[in-house]
Design a binder for this molecule. Structure first.
Ligand SMILES: Cc1cc2nc3c(=O)[nH]c(=O)nc-3n(C[C@H](O)[C@H](O)[C@H](O)COP(=O)(O)O)c2cc1C
Length: 387
């Protein structure tokens, strides 16, 4: 086993071990992938200010997200089909997260169901909810999350329709994978993955199959989203969802200060500045570039979290120093999961934690909850001066 020192090491192993269909599903952005690329490259434009001869002992990365203790401000973002990257993937990722002391968010589009994850973990996790037309399904999803003792709901508001990922169409992405000559030939080379999949019964969308009515092809993500997702979504509808869930609420997928204010008015406890990891509106700016305007608009009234593009602890440090009070990783944990299952997710968290802790120390700071922009060198006009 090679020595794993950074997230890219895990990605390389993941690329070898996961079927191409699922690797491509994770490693894609929508259309030209401009936003997907810039989510990561824009982090590189922000510099950290090196400080020396400042006592860096007694550092802590522990803080709170929506009032809940976290060992570092890095949650696992909801990722659909996680249980196809590795058998029982959601359970494995949730276990790694709970041992590490960070939140795990289960996607509506997961393979393991809410109940599966609750039965196989000991601490509350968070439940991500898509905005669907079917009220009964929505209410039951919130109720099931409540029964499973989920300690927050996360409503994703940036997927009224699905951004097109070319590779998913070309690969015929589905869960379980459709058996074509091409997909079988590829899967036969992924022995560990295949053995895992043979050993689990969790191969379908666990929260959907048997729970949603009138879905003609429950294996297809694109047919499900086009049939069930609500293109007519508006803030009144989101207010109705707010009434269906009386626990802590996070609204995910905010990129504009006006939408941030709307989310605040709905009564959310936190918002996530996110462009869905560059998978929805291609041509949108990166999440880190969108953060300053949103901090200015609502930063003193609501917790602002961020995801999209985080691949290192330095990225987390930059987002936190710009005012975020929490971050999430999507692909970075999927790489770990696809590479080495639960141990790989733990490794991804360890890598990011070490980078965050050391870089914070080298910036002359000791408490992740007390960072500010002084440790950053942000190019003039980074947030944009748009016509
Ligand atoms: C493969 C994949 C599947 C995703 N599925 C969901 C989902 O089901 N629900 C959701 O709210 N976001 C979903 N997202 C978006 C993530 O929650 C998160 O916003 C994104 O991954 C952050 O960007 P990063 O991957 O660069 O960290 C998905 C992202 C990826 C990469």
């Amino acid at each position: 086993m090679p020595v794993i020192t950074n997230i890219n090491d895990l990605k390389k192993i993941y690329a070898r071990r996961a079927p191409k269909m699922f690797y491509d599903y994770a490693e894609s952005g929508s259309w030209t992938e401009q936003t997907f690329r810039e989510n990561t490259s824009d982090f590189d434009q922000i510099y950290l200010r090196q400080r020396v001869a400042i006592d860096m002992t007694g550092r802590t990365t522990a803080t709170k997200m929506i009032g809940q203790d976290v060992s570092m401000p890095v949650g696992l973002a909801p990722v659909g089909l996680t249980g196809m990257q590795c058998a029982d993937g959601e359970i494995k990722a949730a276990r790694a997260a709970e041992k590490f002391g960070v939140p795990f968010t289960l996607s509506t589009m997961s393979i393991c169901s809410i109940e599966d994850v609750a039965e196989n973990t000991t601490k509350p996790f968070w439940m991500q909810v898509y905005t669907l037309k079917d009220d009964d399904f929505m209410q039951r999803l919130f109720d099931r999350a409540k029964d499973a003792k989920c300690s927050a709901a996360m409503i994703t508001v940036d997927l009224q329709l699905q951004g097109q990922r070319h590779k998913d169409l070309k690969n015929g992405l589905s869960a379980p994978p459709k058996l074509t000559v091409k997909s079988v030939t590829n899967m036969m080379t992924k022995v560990q993955w295949g053995l895992g999949m043979l050993g689990t019964k969790r191969r379908f969308f666990g929260n959907i199959v048997g729970h949603a009515k009138g879905v003609s092809d429950p294996s297809s993500l694109s047919s499900w989203t086009s049939e069930a997702f609500d293109q007519a979504l508006n803030w009144d509808r989101i207010r109705e969802f707010r009434k269906m869930w009386d626990g802590p609420l996070i609204i995910k997928g905010i990129m504009d200060p006006r939408d941030a204010r709307e989310a605040l008015n709905v009564g959310a406890d936190a918002i996530i500045v996110s462009n869905h990891g560059g998978r929805q509106l291609d041509g949108a700016i990166s999440a880190i570039r969108a953060l300053p305007a949103i901090m200015d608009a609502v930063g003193d009234k609501i917790e602002v979290h961020l995801d999209s593009g985080i691949r290192s602890g330095q990225d987390v440090l930059k987002a936190m120093a710009m005012g975020a009070s929490g971050t999430y990783i999507g692909r970075a944990f999927v790489y770990g999961l696809g590479a080495m299952g639960e141990a790989g997710v733990t490794r991804a968290l360890e890598v990011i934690h070490k980078e965050l802790d050391s870089s914070m120390g080298l910036s002359g700071r000791t408490d992740v909850g007390k960072l500010d922009r002084d440790i950053l060198m942000i190019p003039k006009g980074f947030a944009g001066d748009w016509e």
